[in-house]
Design a protein around this ligand. Structure first.
Ligand code: ADP
Length: 261
């Protein structure tokens, strides 16, 4: 069935891209973009001979440009394609390069779709082993249309262990199943907080919810990322933890996730 879905003409591959991995979440604020960025960097850290790209398809709230410390506008190639901006060895495209940070993105429907289409296809990606796509949160038209228009190797769903986030994550997983996109598994984010002073561990959002959901859905728990100040601070600085503190346990957690994907 999956083969059939991928073979349909509407699943037109993205030129030069071998595997598309989408990073999704049921709701906002669970750490989807942070995971997408560190996953892309983790894929590269695990095997520097790979080529990995990053696409911010979260058109309403793009953040990849900030997380990757990139600004400016993409230049055009001879073929009139946008040349991705690049940092830490990863070519990136984001709505954040095309609109000002302060301008509200009020586009709807078709405009958003054509923006995503442009970000995917009117880009000179070169040749990529992996394109990691930071999806918008939820299960709306944009998500559905991306899953229907390009062949996707698999989806990674990010959730906190909290009940409500889990419920939304389940909806996400079901959407991917419906459109025959393999769900590679769940990532439990912000699972445990360890006090830097006394080293006591607290499960702020509950302890093991994503693991239970993964079992219920019959998918793998790909990773377990702690709630850590270093992750937030390095993200805010535009120096993701995988590149700025490669020896930390947090970076190790993302590299582990990248090898599970
Ligand atoms: P989403 O893309 O799901 O909206 P973000 O990746 O933008 O979420 O993360 C929301 C906020 O939480 C950001 O400030 C980010 O730095 C922070 N954050 C995400 N994951 C972690 C983590 N594991 N530990 C600490 N802070 C995190």
């Amino acid at each position: 069935k999956q083969q059939m879905a991928r073979g349909l003409p509407k699943h037109k591959p993205v030129s030069g891209v071998e595997h598309v991995i989408v990073v999704a979440s049921g709701k906002g604020g669970v750490g989807k973009s942070t995971t997408a960025v560190n996953l892309a960097l983790g894929l590269l850290a695990n095997d520097p001979s790979r080529s990995v790209g990053l696409l911010d398809a979260d058109v309403y709230g793009p953040s990849v440009h900030k997380l990757m410390n990139l600004q400016g506008h993409p230049e055009l190639s001879d073929k009139n394609l946008m040349i991705p901006l690049r940092n830490y060895g990863v070519p990136c495209m984001s709505m954040g390069f095309l609109v000002e940070d302060t301008s509200p993105i009020v586009w709807r429907g078709l405009m958003v779709m054509s923006a995503v289409e442009r970000l995917l296809r009117q880009v000179d990606w070169g040749s990529l082993d992996y394109l990691v796509v930071d999806m918008p949160p939820g299960t709306g038209d944009v998500q559905l249309s991306i899953t229907q228009n390009i062949p996707i190797a698999g989806a990674v769903i990010v959730s906190t262990p909290q009940d409500i986030a889990l419920l939304d994550a389940r909806r996400g997983a079901e959407m991917f199943k419906k459109v025959n996109v393999p769900v590679l598994g769940l990532v439990q984010n912000m699972s445990v907080f360890q006090c830097p002073k006394c080293l006591h561990q607290t499960h702020i959002f509950g302890s093991d919810g994503a693991r239970q959901l993964a079992d219920t859905l019959g998918v793998e728990l790909l990773g377990d990322i702690p709630l850590h100040l270093n992750i937030r601070e390095t993200s805010d600085r535009g120096q993701p933890v995988v590149v700025s503190s490669p020896d930390s346990p947090e970076a190790e957690a993302y590299r582990k996730l990248a090898s599970a994907v």
